[in-house]
Unconditional design. Sequence first.
Lengths: 229, 392
Amino acid sequence: MLSALELEALRLSLQVAAVAVACSLPVAIAVAWLLARGRFPGRVLLDTVVHLPLVLPPVVIGYFLLLLFGTRGPLGGWLAETFGLRLIFTRWGAALAAAVMAFPLMVRAIRLALESVDRGLEAAARTLGASRFDVFRSITLPLMLPGIVSGAIVAFAAALGDFGATITFVGNVQGETQTLSLAIYSLAQSPDGDAAALRLVVLSLVIAVAALAASEALARRVQRQLGRA
Amino acid sequence: MKASRLIIDTRVRLGPFEHRAELDLPLSGLTALFGASGAGKSTLVNLVAGLLRPDSGRIVVGDTVFFDSQRGVDLPVHRRELGVVFQDARLFPHLDVRDNLLYGWRRAGERTRSPVATLDSVVPLLGLEPLLDRKPHTLSGGERQRVAFGRALLAQPSLLLMDEPLASLDAARKAELLPCIERLRDEFGLPILYVSHSVDEVLRLATSLVLFDQGRVSAAGPLAEVLEHPAAAALSEAGALVFGRVESVAAGDEAGRIACDGFTLKVPALDLPEGSAVRVRIPAREVALSLQDPGPISISNRIEGVIERIEAPTHPQGPARVRVRVGSETVLAAAITPDSVRRLALEPGVRCWCLVKAVALDRSALALARGLAAYSTSTAPSGREPEAPGRR
């Protein structure tokens, strides 16, 4: 049904998006917590930096990543030296680009969920003998779960669809960084690629609808767990 | 043995207000914190619970220093070993009733070895059996609050704080929960700090009383003593509180009888065992005055006394209040029109009869005074003890 090339692009896209979401989720929860609850001087600055990928052109973000994580960039050089990890032109780099682009969406959803958690419940848990971390683990986190789930799914969809940052940062290497969006772009550029591009467009549509349906089902299940449905 | 005490001496600034609490109370029975909304009662609960940090001062509960600004002590909330019941039950929505009940128990550690309360004792006491597997959102307001009581008890607290636990419930739910609180007070022997602005609740439950006014304590001490205080007008205006002992329960057409301070009150059906110490609230509106023994009328309580004081109406259409001393420790209040005061030429020193219909003293006017009796014998001046039947 799907050609080897199509399968490869699909598998790569899902892999990149999954790694991007899985790795950035804990960070997003921490940042959301800092933004919602933290009282420290650099809070506004942090808020701004987190939101940059939402307001800057993706190409600019890709270029920033190139400067930071390129082989001669300050972080890229360090990663290569210490872990032998090269990001540029690799799927790990694609995952990083996707994660950065999806990060603000994830943080926003999680922060909203955190802000809607009743502080009174946390106070009640404290009086029942739970330490601050225990309260977070046993009360706050479960109550935030719907927001975390929807944040992760929105981020997954955004990661799946990123184009600008990915192509700028890691290029368009077939089998390594050529995700669905990049493959569609390449096919649309070639003279007789229209039909093949259309097949991938349909595939993207199917994935999008499936992800939406899955998120709906998951969200409803979590809401039921919390007794709000 | 030195009785353990609750000592609070704190200052905290809340916006334009300064909250100043200065209290030294015995750590036993149920201490009601009474005052208008915004008078600083809930602030006191938050200070004791550790949810609000005083600017300066000291909070000591029994042997444990919760807060001492001079010595730099501020015990974290979760180590204060308290049970707190909030006005909104604050059940955890993602846990079922059983896991809510056990939340504090699972974190009480060593203290569950010699528990104050266990799941097996709390569940039947509060009637929670049918609720155990349900989620909080399926419960009614009264059920939720009962679960919250149980959850607080199971945390093995050394002090129970209740912040207007009945304020958001309708009258029927209140009537259902009041006996629950009486049982908590009497059966677990836990000291309770109880915030309320309800006269009914205070007169029914309290063994000692703290009055709050504009962020300050205006009076504190054993219930009967504080009720005499001018600051307690809001409470004593509503009527008199009489202490007595059940002499006989109603049988057939016979009324129940309660032996009080030199007189006997007849009341409708009693569901309390003979000999139990009770408090009876006699609302001023239910008391009529007669200058002679009224002869054959249906009113069955006729209590002879001498007028001690007549208080003018507090507002234009209001009644005058006549205080009549009917026993060595007991003063009843009658709310009658200023016109009646003039007609009967009532004045201090005049002998009269207080008439109270037995049906006015139904179960809602009666409360067990067991906690109070225990309190009185240990700390109150002897004259305040509830009357023993033998003294009649």
